[in-house]
Design a protein around this ligand. Structure first.
Ligand SMILES: [Zn+2]
Length: 245
């Protein structure tokens, strides 16, 4: 169980919108930036900012205070390829009558670009992806357009404990995501049928990647989409060939 605490100076800097965004963050798989151990117990929010870019990170209460750290002018957003901490949830979700294979990536730590002072915070990952051809998603009626050269590679049964793995590569070969994925029944069949999956990225409010609760996933995505917090695209997915009968 994680309880998040913020100091007054952190609250003041983030403003109401920033606080609402912070409350959506999943800390379930997060790590303390001070000691690198998993977050648990009371967790302090730390904001690093240079006025135009703001990065929100988390530490154990015993590892440091909740504070605002002023950074130099060269403090800048890292691209997702530089390794954001992410969770990946797979689901098969109805889009206007079609059951589509879906991947939902949520960043654990949040980084924001400050557009027009406090209250206008844009998620760095989302804004990076919009620049890469992803679309802002308003509803789940139909799949967003495909982005060229993005590819998801499934590594079935090749994780450290024999679990399934997923690698998502951007057009420059950068690793947008590398880690475990827990595929629900029917996901591979639909991915093989279409040759692509819908990759959604945003603040879906802390999904449970192993719960396989398609209704809860769809609900969280709709909420994120309505809040303007979801981007998406179809990406090519390589799946293993059909099993020999
Ligand atoms: Zn710590």
């Amino acid at each position: 169980m994680v309880e998040l605490q913020m100091s007054e100076e952190v609250r003041a800097l983030l403003g109401p919108e920033g606080l609402a965004r912070a409350a959506e963050v999943s800390l379930a798989d997060g790590r303390c930036v001070a000691c690198s151990r998993p977050l648990d117990g009371t967790v302090h929010m730390v904001v690093r900012t240079n006025g135009s870019f703001t990065h929100v990170v988390y530490v154990h209460a015993g590892c440091g205070p909740s504070e605002v750290i002023q950074m130099g002018p060269d403090f800048a957003p890292a691209t997702p390829a530089d390794g954001y901490d992410m969770t990946m949830t797979a689901a098969v979700l109805d889009h206007g009558g079609a059951d589509l294979p879906v991947l939902v990536a949520e960043t654990v730590g949040k980084a924001y670009i400050v557009n027009d002072g406090p209250g206008e915070l844009t998620n760095v990952v989302a804004s990076h992806l919009l620049g890469q051809g992803f679309h802002l998603v308003n509803r789940l009626r139909q799949a967003p357009p495909q982005v060229a050269e993005w590819v998801g590679v499934l590594l079935l049964g090749h994780g450290p404990a024999g679990e399934d793995g997923l690698l998502v590569l951007d057009p420059d070969g950068g690793q947008f995501y590398t880690g475990a994925v827990d595929l629900p029944d029917g996901w591979l069949t639909q991915a093989a049928r279409y040759g692509w999956a819908v990759l959604y990225v945003g603040n879906a409010g802390g999904l449970h990647p192993r719960a396989h609760d398609a209704k809860a996933t769809a609900r969280a995505l709709r909420t994120a989409a309505q809040a303007g917090q979801l981007v998406g695209a179809r990406i090519a997915v390589g799946t293993p060939g059909p099993a020999q009968a």
